[in-house]
Design a protein around this ligand. Structure first.
Ligand code: AMP
Length: 300
């Protein structure tokens, strides 16, 4: 059950009340791939510049991520600069330097075209669309997006959404995309745009999943300190899609479990900057945290 992801592989400069990093490994596809790699084989499509360190490539390879689709181009790697303050639920973007992404035209290697599970990580929606044109038989298409694209490329995004099964976004983006303040109304409005399921992440307040006839909720893992929320959304998505792929089904029961795995993975991500926590993370630690999450809502 292979997973295809297209998105950004980036160097991030991030400031939070707990410290900062400069040009650290990041990117939506990076966080997603590493999280999903605990569950199923991952194939990555992205572009980096000549400044992208070999140690980052080696790390992704050590997680078993297939890098045939990682293009290396003359120029600089995508760079994102952001700051988190207050409750750290949302980043303030200080800089988005597209660099090699400015001319990126995603090409799926022949061996990737038959991928069963496709994840369109945060990247320009017209690039997401072009990936779908090349996938021959996806069983499930899941996508993410962000305020930048909702504000600047809404028509492209709406076109892509018509081909998406599950949209995984945060609460602020759901409100912005739908124009509805109430999250249930917002989710229903998004269902009318194409996806059959919407998963809304609410940061430290957990996540909800909604379809035309189902609703479920997952608590957030209670952490007293969040070092750096960067990548939490993509990491959630990686655990979520990874679990669904490993279960081989996207029924309501699998989705509920997938939300718990996504939540557990995201809680590890925010404990440290960049992907530092993930470097030594084991599947056993993930499973233990999922069991704790189950306990939190159990009435037995
Ligand atoms: P998240 O915190 O899960 O929403 O995602 C954070 C990651 O998204 C960072 O590692 C950034 O490199 C990446 N990112 C930020 N802005 C963009 C953008 N406009 N396009 C693609 N990736 C982005």
């Amino acid at each position: 059950m292979s997973i295809l992801v297209v998105g950004s592989v980036a160097l991030d400069s991030v400031e939070t009340p707990h410290g900062s990093v400069d040009a650290a490994l990041g990117g939506s596809a990076t966080f997603f791939s590493v999280a999903a790699s605990y569950f199923a084989p991952v194939r990555l499509v992205a572009v980096v510049g000549t400044d992208f360190a070999e140690e980052h490539v080696a790390f992704l390879r050590s997680r078993g991520v297939d890098l045939e689709g990682l293009e290396r181009r003359e120029g600089k790697t995508f760079h994102w600069k952001g700051r988190y303050t207050g409750d750290m639920n949302e980043a303030t973007t200080l800089a988005t330097d597209l660099n090699v992404y400015a001319e990126f035209d995603p090409k799926l290697p022949a061996a990737y075209r038959d991928s069963d599970y496709v994840f369109l990580a945060n990247i320009a929606p017209d690039l997401q669309y072009r990936v779908l044109d090349q996938a021959t038989r996806p069983r499930l298409v899941t996508a993410d997006t962000m305020n930048l694209w909702i504000n600047t490329a809404k028509a492209d995004l709406l076109r892509t959404l018509q081909r998406v099964d599950i949209l995984v976004i945060n609460d602020g983006e759901a409100r912005l995309l739908s124009g509805e303040a109430n999250l249930i109304k917002a989710s229903r409005a998004i269902l009318r745009m194409g996806p059959s399921r919407v998963v809304v992440k609410k940061g430290s307040h957990g996540a909800i999943s909604l379809t035309a006839d189902s609703y479920c909720v997952t608590p957030a893992y209670p952490l007293e300190e969040v070092a750096d929320p960067t990548g939490a959304g993509d990491t959630f998505a990686g655990g979520f899609v990874g679990y669904v792929a490993s279960a081989g089904a996207a029924d309501e029961r699998a989705i509920r479990n997938a939300m718990l795995f996504g939540t557990a993975l995201a809680s590890f991500d925010v404990e440290d900057f960049s992907l530092n926590r993930q470097r030594a993370l084991t599947r056993a630690e993930i499973d233990r945290r999922v069991e704790e999450l189950r306990e939190f809502v159990s009435t037995d």
